[in-house]
Design a protein around this ligand. Structure first.
Ligand SMILES: Cc1ncc(COP(=O)(O)O)c(C=O)c1O
Length: 438
């Protein structure tokens, strides 16, 4: 019997496999190099991803053929460069389900989050006129974050609270690092004006229940700010489906160049907010006394922009789309499971984070009893395995987990099961090497 209805199997994304990931590696020459006489095993994509040749070739092609300042000048190069710059915005906006004027270029996610907090701070100081009043904060207002946050989505809010007199609160994690959703309803109150939270923990790799937190924020009329740094590179992300008001992301974590990231914001909100940086390119008219500002995105793009980098990032998202974000996510889930299960079965190794069943990307944080993470990192490096060690810019989360630092292995589309096995084999030798646990 034939049926037009898809079966469950048809609808599940088909993960990449080892053969495909191995083929993709040819696009990343750096993955072919050796470290300390051993082939490189790169498991630090959570910090920054490697770049396919098409990304830096796109930048080179731009500089060789089109380099000019955008949005000014009538000569051919300036017009062509502007077209490339704005087409890049369209491509990246489409990748996250946004409209063109809803993506603002920033240097990285950190700058995107600071842009927001400085803009809200300016509104709180009375700048930006009538429309900006909606963003003004003061004593009695609350900003809520979570205990999972990267410092980039914590310190800017601490500073905003200090500048405005608002109160900063947080949703805690339990001893395993799972967000205490059961407490969220008590912490988010009618006084909450902003709920800022990460989509995926950069330490634990856990995926947060965005719809639940968005619904909670909506119920009290608070704005939502999503840190998409660890989700946009690894999962299909659509800001309209998630229904968030703002989202920050970094290009260098998603195959793009360094020096480019973005802030998504609902157009109506962005157009009402006061600017963060002021200067050239963001105005309609200027007198010696005052200036009128353009709408988004140019309202927030003062000065000469990151043109080649935007083109590089657009090339990166086209590469990711061609491979398929759903297939990448499914592959990294498999790699992550292999990593977590393998690490958990090595004596003396403690995997951090909630146990089986929690939605996680391919990120595995762990502790090796009796060996400092820094020593673990150096030993793994001697075997060619690159991982991140330290507090991963998340000191409060580490404190909540009862540790000072950890070792984190993180995957991407170009990793294979051999990479995971290289990690596991090296980790299994750590305690022996340091003479611990004998
Ligand atoms: C969850 C999260 N948020 C924010 C950042 C900051 O990103 P960037 O340093 O690119 O600004 C990172 C970087 O590791 C991150 O993982």
């Amino acid at each position: 019997m034939s049926s037009a209805l898809p079966t469950t199997q048809d609808t599940l994304p088909r993960p990449l496999n080892d053969a495909e990931a191995s083929r993709l590696r040819a696009d990343f020459p750096i993955l072919g190099r050796s470290v300390n006489g051993t082939p490189l095993t790169y498991l630090d994509s959570g910090a920054t991803s490697q770049k396919p040749t098409c990304v830096y070739e796109a930048e080179q092609h731009f500089y060789e053929n089109f380099n000019a300042a955008v949005h000014r000048g009538a000569h051919s190069l300036a017009v062509e460069a502007t077209d490339i710059f704005e087409q890049s915005r369209t491509d990246v906006a489409r990748f996250i389900g946004a409209k063109d004027n809803e993506v603002i270029w920033t240097s990285n996610a950190t700058e995107a989050l600071n842009l927001l907090t400085y803009s809200f701070g300016n509104a709180s100081a009375g700048l930006g006129g009538e429309t900006a009043r909606a963003f003004a904060l003061g004593p009695g207002d609350e900003i809520v974050v979570t205990e999972l946050e990267h410092h980039a989505n914590l310190i800017p809010w601490q500073e905003l609270a200090l500048r405005t007199g608002a109160t900063l609160k947080y949703i805690p994690v339990d001893e395993a690092g799972a967000l205490r959703m059961d407490l969220a309803e008590q912490i988010v109150t009618p006084a909450t004006r902003i709920l800022a939270f990460t989509h995926v923990s950069n330490v634990l790799g856990t995926v947060i229940d965005v719809p639940a937190l968005v619904a909670l924020a909506r119920s009290v009329g608070a704005l939502t700010v999503l840190d998409g740094c660890q989700s946009v590179p690894h999962l299909p992300v659509n800001v309209k489906d998630l229904s968030v008001d703002f989202m920050a992301f970094s290009g260098h974590k998603m195959l793009g160049p360094t020096g480019i990231g973005g802030l998504y914001g609902r157009a109506a909100l962005l157009d009402a907010m006061p600017p963060f940086l002021t200067g050239g390119s963001m105005i309609t008219s200027v007198t010696m006394e005052k200036a009128e500002y353009l709408p988004s995105p140019m309202r927030f793009e003062a000065g000469t922009q990151r043109i080649a980098q935007a083109h590089g990032l657009a090339t990166a998202v086209s590469y990711l789309s061609e491979v398929g974000m759903d297939r990448i996510a499914a592959w990294e889930e498999l790699l992550g499971e292999r990593m977590l299960t393998g690490l958990g079965s090595i004596p003396g190794v403690r995997v951090l984070g909630p146990g089986p069943g929690a939605a996680r990307i391919g990120t595995a944080p762990f502790i090796i009893e009796g060996v400092h993470p820094h020593d673990v990192g150096q030993f793994l490096d001697s075997r060619g395995v690159a991982v991140r060690v330290g507090h991963h810019c998340a000191q409060p989360l580490h404190r909540a987990l009862g540790v000072v630092s950890s070792t984190r292995a993180s995957t991407y589309l170009y990793n294979t099961t051999s990479d995971i096995d290289a990690l596991l084999n090296a980790v299994a030798d750590v305690r022996g090497y340091f003479g611990v646990g004998k």
